[in-house]
Design a protein around this ligand. Structure first.
Ligand code: HEC
Ligand code: HEC
Length: 298
C-alpha cells in the first residue's frame, strides 16, 4: 500500500502491530465462517467448481453420467441422499446405484466439500432448469482435440516431475503420485499411482475435464487456487495416455517393488555397516600390531 494512502487511512491499517493482527484474524475468521455456512458461493458457482468436471448437462458422459433430466430418472429424495453420500447408497446395494457404479468402471463419486441437504435441493432445481434449456451453460467443456505428439508426452512428463513449473504455481504431481516410468521410490505415496489413470477416468475427454477442476478431497484444495492451464492439461493427458500402454503395471506390483527396494536398502545398509565395522576393527588391530612391533624394535 502506498505510504500516503497509509497515512490517510490509519484506522484501516492499524498503526500498532497488535491491532493489525487482530483485524486480519477477524477477517480470516469471517471468511471461514461464510464459506462453511455456504453464503460465499451461489449454486451455479458451486456446481461449476464441484460437479462440472465429471458431469455435463446434455453433453454426454464424462467420468460420471450426463445429468440432463436426471430428475426424471430418480426422485428428489434419492438424489439428495446420493449426493450427500454416494458410496453409502452404492454400498447399500441399491440396484440403480450399482448399475451406475458399474458403468463408471468403479470410480465412486466423491462427496463434494460443503455438501448439505439444502445444497443438494438447490442443485436439483439447477439441474431441472438447465435440463429444460435447449443448450445448458453446463453442456460441456472445451477440450483440445489435437493429436498427441512425442513432444506433448515429454512436456507432460516434465510437468509431472516438476522439471517444468506449472504456470499457476500448482504442486508437481510427483510429490504425491507415481507413474510406470518413475521409480517406486521417486513418486509420492499420498495419492494413487497414475499409470492407468487415462483408462480409469475413461479417456481423454473425461480425464481432461477432471483435471480442469479436480473435485476430490485432497486435489481440490491444492488446485483450486492454482488451476492447470489448457496446454498443461493437454501435455499431461498425452503423458497419461502413454501410461495406458503399460497396463500390466498393477498398483500392487509397484507397492511390492517399493517394499522390495526397501528390503534391498536395508540389506545394503547392513552390509555397509558390516564393512565399516570390519574396516575399523582392522585399523584398530593394525594400530595395535604396529605399536607392538615398534615396542619390540626399541
Ligand atoms: C470425480 C467425479 C465426480 C464428481 C466431481 C461428481 N460426480 Fe456425480 N457421479 C460420478 C460418478 C462416477 C457417478 C456414477 C455413480 C458412481 O459410480 O459413483 C455419479 C453420479 C451422479 C448422479 C446420479 C446420476 C444418474 O444418472 O442417476 C448425480 C445426480 C450426481 N452424480 C450429481 C453430482 C453433483 C451434483 C456433483 C457436484 C456436487 C457431482 N455429481 C460431482 C462422478 C462424479
Ligand atoms: C499434495 C499431494 C498431491 C499432488 C501435488 C497432486 N495430487 Fe493428484 N491426488 C492426490 C490424492 C491424495 C488423490 C486421491 C483423491 C483425493 O484424495 O483427492 C489424487 C487423485 C488424483 C487423480 C484421480 C486419480 C483416480 O484414479 O481417480 C488424478 C487424475 C490426479 N490426482 C492427478 C494429479 C496431477 C496431474 C497432478 C499434478 C499436476 C497431481 N495430481 C498432484 C494428491 C496429490
Amino acid at each position: 500500500m502506498p505510504r500516503d494512502l497509509r497515512q490517510r487511512m490509519p484506522a484501516l491499517c492499524g498503526k500498532r502491530h497488535g491491532q493489525k493482527v487482530t483485524r486480519q484474524g477477524l477477517a480470516v475468521l469471517l471468511i471461514a465462517l461464510l464459506s462453511t455456512v455456504g453464503f460465499a458461493q451461489d449454486t451455479p458457482d458451486y456446481y461449476r467448481q464441484n460437479c462440472m468436471n465429471c458431469h455435463t448437462i446434455g453433453g454426454g458422459r464424462l467420468t460420471g453420467p450426463d445429468l440432463k433430466n436426471v430428475g426424471q430418472r430418480r426422485d428428489a429424495e434419492w438424489l439428495i441422499s446420493f449426493m450427500q453420500n454416494p458410496k453409502a447408497v452404492i454400498d447399500s446395494g441399491d440396484p440403480y446405484a450399482l448399475k451406475l457404479a458399474e458403468e463408471s468402471r468403479g470410480v465412486v463419486m466423491p462427496i463434494a466439500p460443503g455438501m448439505t441437504r439444502y445444497r443438494a435441493e438447490q442443485i436439483i432445481k439447477l439441474l431441472e432448469t438447465e435440463s429444460a434449456l435447449p443448450k445448458s451453460q453446463f453442456e460441456g467443456v472445451r477440450i483440445s482435440s489435437q493429436p498427441f505428439t512425442d513432444h506433448d508426452r515429454l512436456t507432460g512428463r516434465q510437468y509431472f516431475t516438476g522439471t517444468l513449473r506449472l504456470k499457476n504455481g500448482g504442486a508437481a504431481c510427483i510429490s504425491c503420485h507415481g507413474m510406470h516410468d518413475i521409480s517406486a521410490l521417486g513418486g509420492g505415496r499420498l495419492g494413487p499411482d497414475l499409470t492407468r489413470v487415462y483408462e480409469r477416468l475413461k479417456g481423454r475427454k473425461s480425464l481432461s475435464a477432471w483435471l480442469m477442476a479436480p473435485a476430490t478431497e485432497t486435489m481440490q484444495p491444492i488446485f483450486r487456487g492454482h488451476p492447470l492451464e489448457a496446454e498443461e492439461i493437454h501435455a499431461l493427458a498425452a503423458y497419461f495416455e502413454s501410461g495406458a500402454a503399460h497396463a500390466e503395471v498393477e498398483p500392487s506390483l509397484s507397492r511390492t517393488a517399493f517394499l522390495l527396494s526397501g528390503l534391498a536398502m536395508a540389506t545394503a545398509a547392513i552390509f555397509a555397516l558390516d564393512l565399516i565395522w570390519k574396516e575399523r576393527f582392522q585399523s584398530v588391530r593394525r594400530a595395535l600390531v604396529e605399536a607392538s612391533s615398534q615396542r619390540s624394535k626399541s
